[in-house]
Design a protein around this ligand. Structure first.
Ligand SMILES: Nc1ccn([C@@H]2O[C@H](COP(=O)(O)OP(=O)(O)OP(=O)(O)O)[C@@H](O)[C@H]2O)c(=O)n1
Ligand SMILES: C[C@](O)(CO)[C@H](O)COP(=O)(O)O
Length: 234
């Protein structure tokens, strides 16, 4: 981490986990002995103990416990209607310098590794349009009809899955998300908002096990990944 710049880690954690359909927001479901939120924050802290964490939580959140936050410097902000609103609330709340790097990472991606975090941070520092972890599409891609019939096969050349973290200079990301909000353009990641300004963030190939826990069967997968990452020989 650069000594003269603050690194801000924004973690959107204000989702309801509707696709998970559990009795609580998915970030509070446990993997092993800890909730997903605690795993994710522990991974971020392992890579960047000096960073400032900005945690976006629903204002009605009854599950959060501050002891899950390992960072010395952190602040809580209210989540918004959509993920992009939660991230925008965080950007507006912080006293960042325009050249500070801001990295946004979903709370729902607890299997992020310190290596991938460092690689993405270096790329975000070097590339003025920012950078995101991503992975090239590996499967044959089908275009479906409304009835779920396969109408044709789409070329997959140049298609990537967007992951998080995604990292940008503070002023660029603030402008991008304010502009998206102002034009009522719903974006599902930060890079989409930055692209709309005419910028081309760098795609950084990330690990395929940086899964976003979304559906019930992702829980067993995420648990297995965490165990395998700690002890790759078992
Ligand atoms: N208004 C929102 C919506 C989502 N998120 C966060 O954005 C990330 C990615 O969203 P997703 O996986 O879609 O989570 P949920 O919105 O919780 O899930 P669902 O769409 O199934 O309800 C998650 O870390 C989630 O907590 C957020 O901070 N604020
Ligand atoms: C940001 C993201 O994780 C990139 O894959 C994703 O777009 C957010 O998830 P959502 O399900 O689209 O809200």
């Amino acid at each position: 981490m650069s000594a003269d710049r603050t690194l801000w880690l924004i973690v959107p954690a204000a989702g309801q986990g509707r696709r998970m359909g559990a009795d609580r927001p998915k970030q509070y479901l446990t993997l092993g002995e800890q909730p997903i939120l605690a795993h994710t924050l522990a991974r971020l802290y392992q890579a960047f103990p000096e960073a400032v964490l900005v945690l976006c939580l629903d204002s009605d959140d009854a599950w959060f416990q501050p002891e899950w936050v390992p960072f010395a410097r952190w602040q809580r902000v209210s989540g918004g209607e959509e993920r992009m609103d939660s991230v925008l609330n965080a950007l507006v709340a912080i006293a960042a310098q325009e050249d500070d790097i801001v990295m946004v990472h979903d709370v729902a991606r607890p299997c992020i590794t310190p290596d991938d975090l460092h690689t993405l941070y270096q790329a975000a520092c070097r590339h003025p349009s920012g950078a995101l972890l991503a992975m090239p599409v590996a499967d044959t891609m089908k275009r479906a009809s409304a009835e779920c019939h396969s109408m044709r096969t789409e070329p997959r050349d140049g298609l990537w899955h967007a992951l998080t973290p995604q990292g940008f200079r503070y002023a660029l990301l603030l402008e991008a998300l304010q502009s998206a909000r102002c034009h009522q353009r719903l974006v599902t990641d930060e890079a989409s908002a930055v692209e709309a300004l005419g910028e081309q963030p760098l795609l950084v190939s990330g690990r395929r096990d940086n899964l976003k826990v979304t559906h019930p069967d992702d829980l067993a997968l995420a648990s297995a990944i965490l165990v395998a990452q700690l002890d790759p020989l078992t």
